[in-house]
Structures are given as C-alpha cells and as structure tokens.
Write a protein that binds this ligand. Sequence first.
Ligand SMILES: C[S@@+](CC[C@H](N)C(=O)[O-])C[C@H]1O[C@@H](n2cnc3c(N)ncnc32)[C@H](O)[C@@H]1O
Length: 202
Amino acid sequence: MDAVLRARLTSLREEGRAIWHRFDSDVRQLRFHPFIPSDYERVLRALLALRGPGLRFLEWGSATGVVTIMADLLGFEAYGIELDPDLVDIARGLAERSDSDARFAVGSFLPDGYEWMSDTGDARLGTIGRGASGYPELGRCLEDFDLVFAFPWDGEMPIMHDLMRRRGGSGASFLLNHASEGIQVYRRGKRSTAEEDWNLGN
Ligand SMILES: C[S@@+](CC[C@H](N)C(=O)[O-])C[C@H]1O[C@@H](n2cnc3c(N)ncnc32)[C@H](O)[C@@H]1O
C-alpha cells in the first residue's frame, strides 16, 4: 500500500470513529439503534487480502459507510445498502470528503421476494429491519456482487447465510465480521478463510 493511500485510509477511519462517538451519545444513549461499528482495522486487513481487479463489493447495513468507502479506496467497485436514511446521508457526506466513488442506497439488503424461514418454521427477522429493498436504487441485484460484507447481530447469521446461498452469486465470497469468532470468509456456505490465514505484514 502506498503512503498516500495509507494516509487516506487512516483519516477515513479516524473520522469514522469520531462520527460513531457522536452517534453513540446523540442517538444510542437515548434509544436502541442497531448500528455498532465493526473493527475497521481488522476489516481493512481482510479487504487487503481479498481485493482484486474488477471486483464488485457490497456492504449489508452500511451505516456511516466507512467499510464501503475503504473498499472503494482499495479498488473495489463498492456499494452499501442501509435502512436508516440519516446514516446514508452521513455515509454520502463521508464519501464526498474522502474523494470516494462509493455508492449508497437507502433500503433493505433483503431482495424483493426473499422470505426467511428457519428449520423450526420461524419467520421472524429479529434485529434485521424491514423496508423496501435497496437493490433497485443501486441498479444491481445481489447476484452481481463478488464480495458481500456484513457485521451481524447475534441471531442474524443464519438469515444472512440463507440469503447468500439462495440469492448470492455462485462464485461470491461472504465476508463476515463475527462478533465472537472474528472475521471469516465463506464461499458457497462453507468457511474458506479467516483472519488467522492472512499474513499481510504492514
Ligand atoms: C451492526 S451494524 C453494522 C454497521 C457496519 N456494517 C459496520 O460494520 O460498521 C448493522 C447495520 O445494519 C442496518 N440494518 C439493519 N437491518 C437492515 C436491513 N434490512 N437492510 C439494511 N440495513 C439494515 C442497521 O441500521 C445498522 O446500521
């Protein structure tokens, strides 16, 4: 990574963390909100290991946009979908200040027509919110993405795996920031690599 890119990524993460602290005191101290940021350093290491020419990246629940913008700065064609329109406004402003082409849509990462049903017949989505699908605004469908990233709450993972299996691209990778097990990559429903496999140096 050259020094200029490294500096841009550092300043993006610093601004992202400052936005998070403001959001936490202004919003999350008053009411529940599902936005909690992932560990940006660890996600950056994963993106560095997975980047490649011409790859298209999607973040499910992109919040303030930091991860999607990092992906864009690393050369992915990067998109984010987020249900909360105020967070999407923040993400678009951050992308502009970061001189990034990352694109964001307000809406749900659940595509039209997708219905979840657990093995026990439970159709509840838990902390995954409901809303109009965000894919039409992006002009893309889930199948178009090579790499999909998410930082799920407990209980969201089975739904996300099911969605990738049923509607994701056949060669797509699913990058998951697992709250307790760290960062893992899945292909066709099977774990392929995890952060301990990446030796990127500095
Ligand atoms: C745990 S946060 C992760 C934020 C960000 N991806 C990161 O890693 O820093 C989950 C985000 O998903 C959003 N969200 C919840 N349900 C959603 C849905 N159906 N479609 C899009 N975004 C959703 C929440 O508003 C929240 O911003």
